[in-house]
Design a protein around this ligand. Structure first.
Ligand SMILES: Nc1ncnc2c1ncn2[C@@H]1O[C@H](COP(=O)(O)OP(=O)(O)OP(=O)(O)O)[C@@H](O)[C@H]1O
Ligand SMILES: [Mg+2]
Length: 250
C-alpha cells in the first residue's frame, strides 16, 4: 500500500510547526526526511502516528484515512514508529519488548492469536530471536532488562519492537542518532533488509547524511514546517538551496 499525505498542518500557539506538508511513499520505498533542528520532522511523524492530531490535512493509506486514528488503531493497520529519544524506565527484557511489538500481529496477518500460530511461547521466542533480534545484534542481550543496555542498544530494541509487528508503514525518527558507526551501519542494514523482506514503505528522519544517502531511495527536505525540496539523493545533495538551509553553506 502507498501513503499519500497532503496539506498536513499543525499549530502550537502562534507556531506553525508543520505547514501544508505533503509526502508520498510507495510500498518498498525508503524516503528520507531531513532538515535543520526544529524544521518539523518529528512533529510530522507525530501527526502520522496518531501522537498529535493535526489541525488540517490528510494521510491516505491504501484509501483509508490515518489522521484521527489512535496509535493502537494505527498499529493494527500496520503503521509502526520508533522514537527519537528512547526511554528506558522499565525492567522488561529485550525479548519481552519484541513480544509486545509482535502482539499487534494477531489481529492482522495471522487472523488468530499469535501463540496459536507459533504453537508455543518458546517457538514464538525462537522465531523473534532469529528474525528480529539477530539482525540487530541483540541476541546476546535477549534476556537482559533494557535499562541495563547502552543507548545504542536501546535504540536497536526500539526498532526491534516496531519490526516485530511486521509493519507495512514504518516511521523512523533518527534511528542512527547517538549510535557508534558500527551500530549505525547495522541499524541502516536492518532497515533495508526489512524493506526487502516485508516490502514496507519507510519514512526515515535522520541527520546523518552518509546514512541518509546510502539508505534512502528519495529524500524530502523540510525547513520551518514546510517541504522545500524533494528528489533523488544526488539531486538533494546538489541543490543550492538545500545546501544553504541545511548544510550551512553560503
Ligand atoms: N507539543 C509542542 N508544543 C509546542 N511546540 C511544539 C510541540 N511539538 C513541537 N513543537 C515545535 O514545533 C517545531 C518543530 O519541532 P520538531 O521537534 O518537529 O523539529 P525536528 O525537525 O524534529 O527537529 P530536530 O531535528 O531537532 O529533532 C519546533 O518549533 C518545536 O518547538
Ligand atoms: Mg526531531
Amino acid at each position: 500500500m502507498a501513503l499519500t499525505a497532503s496539506d498536513v498542518t499543525i499549530r502550537f500557539g502562534g507556531v506553525v510547526a508543520v505547514n501544508r506538508m505533503a509526502l508520498d511513499v510507495l510500498p518498498g520505498e525508503i524516503v528520507g526526511l531531513i532538515g535543520p533542528n526544529g524544521a518539523g520532522k518529528t512533529t510530522f511523524i507525530n501527526c502520522l502516528s496518531g501522537t498529535y492530531r493535526p489541525n488540517a490535512g490528510s494521510a491516505l493509506w491504501g484509501g483509508d484515512e490515518l489522521i484521527g486514528l489512535s496509535p493502537s488503531a494505527l498499529l493494527r493497520k500496520g503503521v509502526a514508529r520508533t522514537f527519537q529519544n528512547v526511554a528506558s524506565l522499565h525492567d522488561l527484557t529485550v525479548l519481552d519488548i519484541a513480544k509486545l511489538g509482535a502482539s499487534v500481529r494477531r489481529d492482522r496477518r495471522f487472523g488468530g492469536h499469535l501463540l496459536d500460530f507459533f504453537r508455543s511461547e518458546r517457538a514464538l521466542e525462537a522465531a523473534l530471536t532469529e528474525s528480529i533480534l539477530a539482525p540487530l545484534e541483540l541476541t546476546d542481550v535477549a534476556h537482559k532488562p533494557i535499562q541495563t543496555l547502552s543507548y545504542g542498544r536501546r535504540k536497536a530494541v526500539d526498532l526491534a519492537r516496531a519490526l516485530a509487528g511486521d509493519p507495512q508503514l514504518l516511521l523512523l525518527d533518527e534511528p542512527v542518532a547517538g549510535l557508534t558507526s558500527h551500530e549505525g551501519m547495522a541499524m541502516a542494514k536492518a532497515v533495508r533488509d526489512v524493506r526487502d523482506r516485508l516490502g514496507c514503505a519507510v519514512i526515515m528522519v535522520e541527520h546523518k547524511m552518509d546514512v541518509v544517502m546510502s539508505t534512502c531511495d528519495r529524500i524530502a527536505v523540510m525547513a520551518a514546517g514546510s517541504k522545500i525540496f524533494e528528489g533523488l539523493p544526488a539531486a538533494v545533495q546538489a541543490d543550492a538551496e538545500v545546501r544553504r538551509v541545511y548544510l550551512g553553506e553560503p
